[in-house]
Design a protein around this ligand. Structure first.
Ligand code: ATP
Length: 325
């Protein structure tokens, strides 16, 4: 069952341009993204900085304006909700951001931070302490730490606090926006394992935003790779990792270190030249044309659509190019 549906989403920001800010431009941060997240599913959105991943998540959360397209949660269009429906949807949809330091008020105790949504939503006061203990236990924090301040905790423990707070109102969907990027590599897998366990136990759905494909390898059911405001490839995670179709996905995958030295020798590393163009002035034609190792003249004129290569595996690169290698 589909819980979240994003249909042809566009988020364009009007900005001032030119040396003295006299010109006007449009940053096409998201330029026609469609995605679905099913109940109990993790969909990863991956791509380098500036590709529009966070803006997509922010539009779902109501933190970025929807220029065009539609976002439905549980079949309800989030743009047309009444105030009461909106409050209900915001309870069911929570977010975990990258940086647990700025997400937590340093003056509040752990219990106060975790209990904050319960206070805001007027939970009976006498039940809040027990619910906070339950949430701390659920995320692997010792309830003895309830009166500590965030400064006394490690980065991983702080992110557990943020996750416990996100779970307080029994959400169905969590937008995880780079939830492990600020953590030591050794701690990252602990938090990813925690998120996977919580998903199993609570039937959660995740829209999981990351710049690094290796982070999502174990957690994602499906992966959407974004470049310059559009999805260039989307499919079941196992398919995308084993059989990447888009040259950008291939380049991202080739940057992941392989544990097996024999595999390391056989794999070619694809180093992309230059930077992603500005979404203020995207290239005509294929968005990846300026950095693509297999670009042809035609790629500079027509923007390719997403086409299905295998069941559920979509790629925005014409077959005549892909069949060459
Ligand atoms: N409020 C805004 N006004 C103007 N431009 C914006 C605004 N928010 C985002 N952008 C631009 O939109 C583009 C996409 O940004 P976004 O943060 O969604 O990318 P991202 O892939 O999540 O990158 P990062 O990982 O660095 O957050 C960037 O070029 C960014 O500068």
């Amino acid at each position: 069952m589909t819980l979240l549906r994003i249909e042809d989403l566009k988020v364009h920001f009007p900005v001032r341009t030119g040396r003295f800010g006299g010109g006007k431009g449009l940053v096409k941060a998201v330029d026609g993204v469609s995605l679905t997240v099913n109940v109990n599913e993790t969909v990863a959105v991956v791509g380098e900085s500036g590709c529009g991943k966070s803006t997509t998540g922010n539009a779902v959360l109501g933190l970025a304006p929807i220029t065009a397209g539609r976002i439905t949660f549980d079949d309800r269009d989030i743009a047309t909700l009444s105030e009461a429906e909106r409050r209900h949807v915001w309870r069911e949809m929570q977010v975990v951001f990258q940086d647990p330091v700025s997400a937590l008020n340093p003056r509040r105790t752990i219990a106060q931070s975790i209990g904050e949504p319960l206070v805001i939503h007027r939970h009976p006061k006498d039940q809040i302490a027990a619910r906070v203990d339950e949430l701390m236990d659920l995320v692997g924090l010792n309830p003895d730490q309830r009166d500590r301040r965030p400064g006394a905790l490690s980065g991983g423990q702080r992110q557990r606090v943020v996750i416990a707070r996100a779970l307080a109102l029994n959400p169905r969907l969590i937008i995880c926006d780079e939830p492990v990027s600020a953590l030591d590599v050794s701690i990252q897998s602990q938090i990813l394992n925690l998120l996977m366990r919580l998903q199993r136990e609570l039937g959660l759905s995740y829209l999981f935003i990351a710049h690094d494909l290796s982070v999502v390898r174990h957690i994602a059911d499906r992966v959407a790779v974004m470049y310059l405001g559009v999805v260039v490839e989307e499919g079941p995670a196992s398919e995308v990792f084993a059989n990447p179709m888009h040259p950008y996905t291939e380049a991202l995958l080739s940057a992941i270190p392989l544990p097996d030295p024999k595999l390391r020798d056989t794999r070619k590393r694809i180093v992309l030249e230059g930077d992603m163009p500005s979404p203020l002035d995207p290239p005509t034609g294929c968005p990846f044309v300026t950095r693509c190792p297999i670009a042809e003249a035609a790629c500079g004129t027509a923007r390719p659509d997403l086409a299905e290569f295998a069941p559920g595996h979509m790629v925005r690169c014409p077959p005549r190019l892909r069949s060459r290698d």
